[in-house]
Each structure stands twice: as structure tokens, then as C-alpha cells.
Write a protein that binds this ligand. Structure first.
Ligand code: NAD
Ligand code: USQ
Length: 409
């Protein structure tokens, strides 16, 4: 096994580096002095074409983004357009020639509603996400390198019920009774409970990680991230042409950014059901900082998969709607829930690991909410109101015109 760069500055491949989290992360890591290479097949931009929905912010083509970054920072970011779920030989060739110290893996289909739209979308999400993750692991082993894999997972792997306890960081302490009646303490992967086909792919990623870590001693950090809000970071704010995506449509827009955008353009704030769902949140500026911290604190060889809960706070959807409404004067609309999810849930989460590594969480403050509202107002003329409603439903019963299981006569 070859020994990689032990200097402070590392060679880092960012898979999915053109996306909402990947782009600001690539800039942040480049700005810190790391050598960054992006791999992205631009599938997210193609999905925009498929859905006829664009980012509210006018994102530039990847070539322009990279050229502008070089102009203003003097730093070059490499780019390869390949599909990591299909193009295994190309992926292996890039890893072998680039010899990355770290591979950050964002390259998956990440929308739960998109993953539930139709059988085609379910199958695409499973094929893309599982093959992407497995190909990366397989290529690291085949390359013979000791690259540290940092993967973006989701809080949704746990499900959102907590049985009165704080969700631990990946592993659950259990006590089992042996055949001789002895009681033994063990730690197991926290039982998974996905709420969509997309979330299910992330639970399956966990098993790939467990296996390759056990069998091949791959060093892996899995970041169980909450819902990301905000749009720009220090680096994407440096030039308008570096602007980050802002998804607001019914499939890719996430709840808090949607609420802020809706209020900014005068559209009613769309709370699903009673808004009793509680979820974990993190600001995009903290996302990039957490990835930096994960890279700076790699697991040792032979150490098990390191799992962090990458979130800073939890909120109930209805409370967020009220907060945004108070801040902006926007009206709230309670709409029927297109998803199959608990009407209400409590959520308590441990995030001690990132705090212990030096994260100073950005929490929801009015100034930052105002900042997102300003961005949304600035680009309100680009909004297509027809794309705002969430129309992807979870079951056939919810889909108009689709036959459902017949009851026996
Ligand atoms: P995104 O869709 O904006 O970015 C993903 C990028 O990966 C896109 O640029 C896409 O083109 C690329 N990609 C997808 N499949 C690929 C493939 N097979 N080969 C090459 N490139 C491919 O998503 P995001 O919001 O930046 O999320 C990034 C990661 O973070 C995802 O894995 C997601 O599950 C996780 N995450 C996101 C959030 C959030 O709120 N956005 C929250 C928790 C976790
Ligand atoms: N919701 C509304 N109104 C809306 C949109 C959403 O009430 O207009 C509700 C949903 O019903 C759900 C909650 O808000 O209860 C969160 O929905 P979301 O779309 O913001 O988040 P989710 O589908 O869970 O997915 C997002 C990212 C995904 C990531 C996940 C982290 O798209 O990539 O994995 O957040 S987590 O939620 O912690 O699992």
C-alpha cells in the first residue's frame, strides 16, 4: 500500500463537486490550500432539464465557474466529467493517476421526492447511488492507495423517532444475553429506518462501508447530515459567477429554503399536513467546515467506520413556517402531505463529535434567514411558480389514475 501525502495540504477528489454542497466545499478546500479535483457527470443539471425547473440563482456552467475561481484565487481546480456509477475504468484510472489523499463523495441522487416519482425514478436512484458508492470503494481497493473516503450520508438513515433518547453518532450500545445467561455489552450500527427510496440507498451505503472497512481496512468517515439551508458561503460570495445553487422546486427544494423563497416571492408557505415533523438542520457554511474537520481528523487504519452526526439543531416544520412568516409577513398554507411519514415526531440528536473537533455551530438567526430572503428576492424574477408545489407522492393510492391493489371479492 503506497503512503500518500502527509503534508498539511492534501490532494482531494470531490465526487459531485458541481452540486449544492459539493461546489462550495470544493472552493473552501481549494482556498485552504488543498489541491482539488472535481468529478461530476452534471446529472443534476440534466435533471433540471428533465423537470424544467432551474436553480433560483443563475449558476454558471462548470467551465466558467472553474475559470473564474482561478482568476480570483490563483488556484486551479481540475475537472473530469464521468459517471462514477457507470464508468468504473475511468474512475479507477483517475484515482490511480491523481493518487488522492482524500475522496469526498457527494455524487448521489439526493432528492427524496424525485426518488419516489415513478418506478423509473426509483430504479435510477438505486442504480446510481449504490453503484456510485460501490465503485468508489472497489476502485480504492484496486488502486492500492490508502485514500480516506469522506461520504455524505443523511440523518434520515435513523428514521426520525428516538424512543426518548438522543440519537447516537452511528452506533447503538446494546446488551445481549448469551446462551449461558451472561449479559454482554456490544455496539451495533444504529438500526436503519429509511423514509424514501433515496434514504434507503443511504442505509445500504452504510453496509458497503462496514464491509469494505472490515475486509480491506479502508478508512471511511460517514457524515450523517441533516437538511442543509442557506445558499452562499464565504467563497461563493467572492464573485457573482461563483454563486451556489438555490433549489426551490417541489422535488429538490428543501424545507427551510423553500419557505424563505416562498415568502420572498409572495407564495404561501407550504406546510405539509400539520407541520408536526421535526428534522435536523445545518447551514451550508457549516457543511463546508464540517467536511474540512472530517478531513483533518481521519480515522486510523484498522479503525471502524467513523460516523458523525452533521447537524447543528433540530426544528419542527410548523415552527419554521411561523418563524419565516413572522420575519417576512408571508402567509402559511397547510397542504395535504404528499409523503408517507409520521404526522409528528420528536427528534433529539447527539453531535458531540464535531463540537469536540472545533465546530462552532451557526444556528438559525434572523440575520442569516434575512440573508437567504435577500438572495431569493434578488432572483425572484427567475422563479417559476408552477414548479413550487410538491407533486411527487409516496404511494399509488396518492397517485391519480394509477391502479391500486384490488381487494379480493
Ligand atoms: P446535488 O444533487 O446538488 O449534488 C450532487 C452532485 O453529484 C451533482 O452535481 C450531480 O451531478 C453529481 N452526481 C450524481 N450522480 C453522479 C454520478 N453517478 N457520477 C458523477 N456525478 C454524479 O446534491 P447536494 O445537495 O449537493 O447533496 C450532496 C450529498 O449530500 C448527497 O449525497 C446528499 O445525499 C447529501 N446530503 C444533502 C443534503 C441537503 O440538504 N442538500 C442533506 C443531507 C445530505
Ligand atoms: N416539507 C414541508 N413543506 C415543504 C417541503 C417539505 O412541510 O414545502 C416537510 C416534508 O414533508 C418533511 C420535511 O419538511 O417532513 C423535510 O423535507 P425536505 O424536503 O426539506 O427534506 P428531505 O426530503 O428529508 O431531504 C433533504 C435532502 C436530502 C437529505 C435530507 C436530510 O434533500 O438529501 O438527506 O434532507 S434528513 O432530512 O435529515 O434526512
Amino acid at each position: 500500500m503506497s503512503i500518500l501525502n502527509t503534508e498539511k495540504n492534501k490532494k482531494i477528489i470531490v465526487l459531485g463537486g458541481d452540486g449544492f454542497c459539493g461546489w462550495p466545499t470544493s472552493l473552501h478546500l481549494s482556498n485552504l490550500g488543498h489541491e482539488v479535483v472535481i468529478i461530476d457527470n452534471l446529472s443534476r443539471r440534466n435533471i433540471d432539464n428533465e423537470l424544467e425547473a432551474e436553480s433560483l440563482t443563475p449558476i454558471k456552467p462548470i467551465g466558467t465557474r472553474l475559470q473564474v475561481w482561478e482568476e480570483i484565487s490563483g488556484k486551479k481546480i481540475g475537472f473530469h466529467n464521468i459517471n462514477i456509477a457507470n464508468d468504473y475504468e475511468e474512475l479507477l484510472q483517475i484515482i490511480t493517476s491523481e493518487q488522492p489523499d482524500v475522496i469526498v463523495h457527494f455524487a448521489e441522487q439526493r432528492s427524496a421526492p424525485y426518488s419516489m416519482k415513478s418506478p423509473k425514478h426509483k430504479r435510477y436512484t438505486v442504480n446510481n447511488n449504490l453503484n456510485a458508492t460501490h465503485n468508489v470503494l472497489c476502485a480504492i481497493v484496486e488502486s492500492g492507495l490508502d485514500s480516506h473516503l469522506v461520504h455524505l450520508g443523511t440523518m434520515g438513515v435513523y428514521g426520525y423517532g428516538t424512543a426518548g433518547m438522543k440519537i447516537p453518532e452511528g452506533y447503538l450500545d446494546v446488551e445481549v444475553k448469551t446462551e449461558t445467561g451472561e449479559r454482554i455489552q456490544q455496539q451495533i450500527l444504529y438500526p436503519t429506518n429509511p423514509g424514501s427510496v433515496y434514504h434507503m440507498t443511504k442505509t445500504q451505503d452504510q453496509l458497503f462501508f462496514h464491509y469494505y472497512n472490515k475486509n480491506d481496512s479502508i478508512r471511511i468517515t460517514d457524515l450523517h447530515q441533516g437538511i442543509v439551508w442557506g445558499t452562499n458561503t464565504k467563497e461563493t460570495n467572492m464573485d457573482e459567477r461563483l454563486i451556489n445553487r438555490f433549489d426551490y422546486d417541489g422535488d429538490y427544494g428543501t424545507v427551510l429554503n423553500r419557505f424563505l423563497m416562498q415568502a420572498a416571492v409572495g407564495y404561501p408557505i407550504t406546510v405539509h399536513g400539520t407541520g408536526g415533523q421535526t428534522r435536523a438542520f445545518i447551514h451550508i457554511q457549516d457543511t463546508v467546515r464540517c467536511i474540512q474537520l472530517a478531513i483533518e481528523n481521519p480515522p486510523a487504519r484498522e479503525e471502524r467506520v467513523m460516523i458523525f452526526n452533521q447537524m447543528t439543531e433540530t426544528h419542527r416544520v410548523n415552527d419554521l413556517a411561523k418563524l419565516v412568516s413572522e420575519l417576512t409577513g408571508g402567509e402559511i398554507a397547510y397542504v395535504s402531505n404528499p409523503r408517507k411519514e409520521a404526522a409528528e415526531n420528536e427528534l433529539h440528536v447527539k453531535n458531540d463529535l464535531f463540537l469536540s473537533k472545533g465546530l462552532h455551530p451557526i444556528t438559525l438567526d434572523k440575520g442569516l434567514l434575512q440573508e437567504v430572503t435577500e438572495v431569493a428576492k434578488k432572483y425572484a424574477h427567475r422563479a417559476d411558480y408552477a414548479k413550487i408545489p410538491a407533486t411527487s407522492t409516496w404511494t399509488n393510492e396518492q397517485k391519480p389514475g394509477i391502479p391500486t391493489k384490488q381487494t379480493e371479492k
